[in-house]
Design a protein around this ligand. Structure first.
Ligand SMILES: Nc1ncnc2c1ncn2[C@@H]1O[C@H](COP(=O)(O)OP(=O)(O)OP(=O)(O)O)[C@@H](O)[C@H]1O
Length: 259
């Protein structure tokens, strides 16, 4: 079977700077993959390319959808999201003035195609869907131990909890692939350990593919079954955590000579 997401010879130039250079990679069903590399290596740019935030200069990105393989090149971000690709951002992008529950409901309702007459005339199925969506949202929030914070405004949550809520919002879109951009950034070791457990649990329970960018090596080595290493926009290595930890080029470029 072809990969779920396939990237071939992907390039992104910003003027004279090549931020992503000839990258080839693939994501398969139901796997947890990490993307690591030093600051400025091109990780976020690659995420932005895969999720349609920016368009590639050249190369191809294809996704195995329900109706066959689709090219994502030049596709709008919302269409890519509707195909089943959700993401979180390095800088938290919650609706800060809305409650925890509303933040999740908005992400969820984007996924339900409302029947016009059902909603305008508020027919029974409309209410059923509404209460069903609410129930699902609360179930999801429970997994992330946010069930007691439903009415709190997102802006009033501690930073680590806001990061968790972002992941819940991503999951609320029922993705096939979830892209997490530095999910543990700014967390203390205890919060990171909790988050590691949660990411593993949702990846397994929801049978989704996760690609995560992370600088916290304990999280990466504990979670990922495969790791891609970017350096100066190019792929330096790909392998299991053990292979990456022993890769001389990675040690030199990423972890430092003495590591
Ligand atoms: N919109 C842009 N315009 C010009 N240059 C950009 C743009 N976005 C990123 N870059 C440059 O592309 C390179 C890769 O940046 P990117 O943010 O993808 O790296 P990163 O690996 O995510 O870094 P970090 O770990 O610090 O987040 C950097 O040199 C950055 O300055």
């Amino acid at each position: 079977m072809t990969s779920l997401l396939n990237v071939e010879d992907l390039v992104k130039n910003f003027g004279g700077l090549t931020a992503v250079s000839d990258v080839n990679m693939h994501l398969d069903d139901d796997e947890l993959v990490a993307l690591i590399g030093p600051n400025g290596a091109g990780k976020t740019t690659l995420f932005n390319l895969l999720t349609g935030v920016i368009v590639p200069s050249s190369g191809s990105i294809t996704f195995r959808g329900t109706d066959g393989t689709i090219s994502l090149n030049g596709m709008k971000a919302y269409k890519i999201a509707n195909l089943g690709m959700a993401r979180t951002f390095q800088n938290i992008r919650l609706f800060k003035e809305l409650s925890v529950l509303d933040n999740v409901l908005i992400a969820m309702t984007a996924h339900y195609k409302e029947d016009f007459f059902q909603s305008v005339f508020r027919l029974p199925r409309f209410y059923k869907t509404e209460s069903q969506i609410r129930k699902e949202a609360i179930e999801l929030l429970k997994i992330f131990e946010l069930q007691n914070d439903l009415d709190k405004l997102a802006k009033n949550l501690p930073y680590g909890i806001q990061r968790r809520l972002e992941i819940v919002r991503g999951l609320a879109m029922k993705p096939k692939v979830l892209f997490l951009d530095e999910p543990a950034a700014g967390m203390n070791p205890e919060e990171t350990a909790d988050l590691t457990r949660l990411i593993r649990q949702v990846q397994r329970d929801f049978h989704i593919t996760v690609l995560l960018i992370e600088h916290d090596m304990s999280l990466v080595m504990n979670l990922a079954s495969r790791i891609y290493v970017l350096d100066h926009g190019s792929l330096l290595a790909e392998g299991t955590p053990t292979e990456i930890q022993q890769n001389k080029a990675v040690i030199k470029a990423y972890l430092g000579e003495e590591a």
